[in-house]
Design a protein around this ligand. Structure first.
Ligand SMILES: [Ca+2]
Ligand SMILES: [Ca+2]
Length: 355
């Protein structure tokens, strides 16, 4: 592939992932600065899942970091459901693959006919030497850079997949308790089916992240991400150049490395982005249908910045998020991502209906 073509794909992809990061909404609320000092609610626990209570979610942005697509805040009734207390780990995903022989999207031959549907008409086909099984891998830059060209830090890497998250030379042998990454949306869905579970809706995910607190900004409360004790695995320092590693992790951390939220859920903030079942509609919150009990999201994806790509929702941020750039670890932060592409900062967790 000529670098230009490669850059086009990655740049388009990047826009989908990080559109609007750091933007301010005219409707935004004032930032809260007090710590909510969250109480931990004693909930039923079974087989690594927690029974999340029912209630009315006031869904949407809580401070001036919120993007326009996080407004207006609106009520969504949520029924009780079980949720994995952690992101799905490499150990758990290994059991699924061993039992089923499942091959993830990143391990399969690239289907150009499908890929080009997500690109502007007339995009030339890259050479076969590039269209090989692989995924996108993050690399820090050698100097500070503007945020306008994501191909500076994302590289299409042949041979990158869940067993080799940073490329063919990397392994997960010492990371079995880390979240699985390089997982396409359908990989997550197939794992969930095998486990007798499903992916969370976007509304369920946000309700769970709030941990019993109605209006807090983060799963841990309202204290700023960089203040006090480490709260989550995110990026400290100048993204994407210098990571100060105050939390101790450059990429993924073992699950449960940071305190849980008020419902006892770990890593709802940071570590890896988590797939939801919903299509990503940038304007969905503005539509009357958004106020609906047990909302499963829009019928179709819509993102004016990604007209050719059908995106699924991701939530919670990752080890690459920070205050300046993304603040993906806010409870209300929304992200759309290409469902057929693996990334080494994205994974998932599952839910099932409550009883
Ligand atoms: Ca970190
Ligand atoms: Ca997470």
């Amino acid at each position: 592939m000529g670098r230009t073509n490669c850059n086009i794909m990655i740049a388009l992809f990047w826009v989908a992932l990080f559109y609007g990061c750091g933007g301010k909404s005219p409707d935004a609320l004032q930032k809260k600065t007090t710590d909510a000092n969250l109480p931990i609610v004693d909930l039923r626990k079974q087989d690594g899942m927690i029974l999340i209570p029912s209630g009315i979610l006031n869904m949407g942005g809580d401070n001036e970091q919120a993007d326009p697509n996080e407004f207006p805040k609106h009520p969504v009734e949520i029924s009780t459901f079980w949720m994995d207390e952690t992101e799905v780990t490499n150990a758990q995903f290994s059991k699924f693959v061993k039992a089923t022989g499942y091959q993830t999207v990143a391990e399969r031959p690239v289907n150009w006919e499908e890929m080009k549907e997500a690109l502007p008409p007339g995009t030339p086909k890259p050479p076969d030497s590039i269209l090989q099984p692989g995924a996108l891998v993050f690399h820090p830059t050698s100097q500070p850079v503007p945020f306008d060209d994501p191909s500076r830090w994302w590289t299409w890497t042949i041979g990158a997949n869940w067993q080799h998250p940073e490329g063919p030379e990397s392994t997960i042998h010492d990371k079995m308790n880390h979240p699985v990454v390089q997982i396409a949306w359908e990989d997550a869905r197939e794992y969930a089916k095998w486990a007798g579970k499903r992916l969370p809706t976007e509304a369920e995910w946000e309700w769970a992240a709030r941990g019993g607190q109605a209006e807090t900004i983060y799963p841990w409360g309202n204290e700023q991400a960089g203040e006090g004790a480490p709260k989550a695995n995110f990026w400290q320092g100048l993204f994407p150049y210098k990571n100060d590693l105050k939390d101790g992790y450059f990429t993924t951390a073992p699950v449960k490395s940071f305190p849980p939220n008020g419902y006892g859920l770990y890593d709802m903030a940071g570590n890896v982005w988590e797939w939801c079942s919903d299509w990503f509609d940038y304007d969905y919150y503005k539509k009357p249908v958004a106020v609906k009990a047990n909302n499963k999201g829009p019928e179709n994806a819509h993102n004016p910045n990604m007209p050719y790509q059908q995106e699924k929702v991701m939530r919670g941020g990752s080890f690459l998020c920070n205050e300046d750039y993304c603040s993906g670890y806010r409870n209300s932060r929304r992200m759309g991502s290409s469902p057929d592409t693996g990334l080494n900062h994205a994974g998932f967790r599952c839910v099932k209906d409550g009883k």
